[in-house]
Write a protein of this length. Structure first.
Length: 549
């Protein structure tokens, strides 16, 4: 086995391990592998690596700042099996595990060498700015949602990569795509999956640009265009007439564990304008899936698992609307901020036919990558169902069956409502389903916020046979529905178990006079109650009402 340095305070050659030996990494010079660490972010004796029952294993030796394996904090003094491609973080040091040592892993896998290029070609590599997922054309958004669902069900990264590459080929205009995993030798990559519109193509038909891969290794989607005049692309590129290439890094923590690499040439189809936004979204799904797949084994061994918090938060924001807006006859404001324990909150506002508007807010159980993907699946399914039908009870029944048949113990609490404005009466009928959520109130200037009497339903995703029915209430002009996640009411005061609660929320909202006021002051009230800017859970607040005529 080798540990390949991904990031660190100083450069280091690969660290080789032989079967039968035990070696300790740490700040002390007495360690078999001493690591320089001016900031003392690692302990004197930090991590032990040895062969156990034919498998390589790592043990955190009770280090002060801990060790992360694929974004999950290791339990001290408990062995965790190391697999090929795992990422180990100790303070400022990040290593990638290589257990294959140059061998291939099956008939679908190839070792490829990248091509070196001139400085002129390197200068044509450009980073692609982030684009909102909402800008994707409807067809590619539908493909992305289907891709998210399939990737979430993948048993391994090879299958997940094949699904991702197929979606990229179908939706971006590129003709060939490969998923590459970096090896310890510079410029050498393992081809885990390959996809092409031409059935006669194989991975040898792609010339991989090292400058493109180097740029993507910093965590950004990058592209290479041959359209610039008088560029020197090298003989092989000229012969193949490559006119576009795109490289999407797949990140775990802040380390690229693989790359989706695509190219198009000659008279092949024009690249879609939103190809980079689509690729970025698919790359994030793969990164979340990689964390999820690798974390499952660690969860069994350590009986506790903490997923990559930052990745979950980023994925969850992909489908969020703007913080303030008007949709049809409805206006709203919202905010979402992660807590220390990141979950998968969701929120959306959708314009329907006949002047109706759907608003929903929910919270997926669990943490990290699994919750983020479940959030995306739930939110996308709601969008898809409202394009096909209008009966809220049927939509929620089908959503529940969809989630329950795919969930591994996760569930979703949520409030979903259809607002039907009546311009003559100056009010709106709100048809809603409260699926085990309960955290919403109606507010109007001058009095405490309150909540209409309602029956409610069970949470989504527990029993696939549940039939949901909707309820209604009247929303007057000037009134606002304020929806929030349980991070508001369940936030505790310092050093006590006292929760913020619905009563405090209602009293505070009664003093607000706008959507923005509702959102900002409720968050400020909870932060003041907690006496901290670091809330323990995700916090999502949305204020929704009839827009002023």
């Amino acid at each position: 086995m080798k540990l390949i340095l991904a990031k660190g305070p100083v450069q280091m050659d690969p660290i080789e391990f032989s079967s039968g030996e035990t070696r300790v990494l740490g700040r002390s010079s007495s360690c078999e592998i001493p690591l320089d660490d001016a900031g003392a972010s690692i302990s004197r004796r930090h991590l032990e690596i040895s062969m156990r029952d034919g498998e390589w294993a790592a043990i955190d030796l009770g280090s002060r700042n801990g060790t992360q394996l694929n974004g999950t904090k290791m339990t001290p003094d408990f062995p965790a099996v190391l697999n090929h491609g795992d990422v180990i973080r100790m303070g400022s040091w990040v290593f990638r595990v290589n257990t294959r040592l140059g061998s291939t892993v099956g008939v679908d896998t190839n070792m490829i060498q990248t091509m070196a290029e001139t400085d002129d070609r390197t200068n044509l590599v450009e980073r692609v700015n982030a684009e909102p997922l909402a800008n994707l054309a409807s067809h590619r958004l539908a493909v992305l949602l289907e891709c998210a669902d399939k990737i979430h069900s993948s048993k391994d990264m090879q299958n997940a990569a094949k699904i991702a590459l197929h979606a990229m080929i179908e939706s971006t205009g590129f003709s060939r795509a490969a998923y590459l995993v970096p090896q310890d030798e510079k410029g050498q990559y393992e081809t885990v999956a390959f996809e092409s519109k031409n059935p006669l193509d194989d991975v040898s038909s792609v010339n991989f640009s090292q400058s493109l891969l180097d740029s993507a290794s910093e965590g950004e989607v990058v592209r290479l265009s041959a359209s610039a005049p008088q560029a020197d692309f090298g003989q092989s590129i000229a012969e193949l007439e490559i006119h576009s290439a795109l490289c999407v890094p797949v990140m775990v923590e802040d380390t690229a564990i693989g790359y989706m690499y695509l190219d198009a040439r000659g008279s092949e189809s024009t690249i879609k304008h939103d190809a980079s936004a689509f690729g970025r979204a698919v790359g994030r799904l793969l990164g979340l899936t990689a964390s999820n797949l690798r974390g499952k084994e660690l969860e069994i061994e350590q009986h506790a698992m903490q997923y990559d918090l930052d990745a979950a938060a980023k994925a969850q924001r992909l489908l969020l609307p703007d913080e303030n807006g008007v949709v049809g006859a409805v206006s709203y404001s919202m905010l979402m901020r992660p807590g220390r324990m990141v979950a998968g909150d969701l929120f959306g506002v959708i314009e329907l036919d006949d002047g109706r508007v759907c608003a929903f807010l929910g919270d997926v159980s669990g943490k990290g990558a699994g919750a983020a993907i479940m959030m995306a699946t739930t939110q996308s399914y709601i969008h898809a169902m409202f394009e096909q039908m209008s009966d809220l009870g049927t939509i929620m029944t089908r959503l529940n069956r969809h989630i329950a048949n795919r969930s591994t113990g996760q569930f979703v609490t949520m409030w979903v409502g259809i607002i039907k404005p009546d311009p003559v009466r100056g009010s709106a009928e709100v048809e809603f389903v409260d699926a085990g959520h309960g955290h919403w109130m109606i507010t109007q200037n001058g009095s405490d916020a309150s909540r209409p009497n309602y029956v409610g339903s069970v949470v989504v995703g527990i029993d696939p046979d549940i039939e949901f029915t909707s309820e209604t209430f009247e929303l007057q002009q000037g009134q606002r529905m304020v929806l929030f996640s349980d991070g508001i009411v369940e936030q505790t005061a310092p050093d006590t178990d006292e929760e913020y609660g619905m009563e405090r929320a209602g009293a505070l909202l009664g003093k607000c006079n706008s959507h923005q006021d509702d959102v900002a002051k409720l968050l400020a009230g909870v932060l003041d109650f907690a006496q901290s800017d670091d809330l323990r859970d995700d916090t999502t607040i949305a204020s929704v009402g009839l827009a002023s005529s």
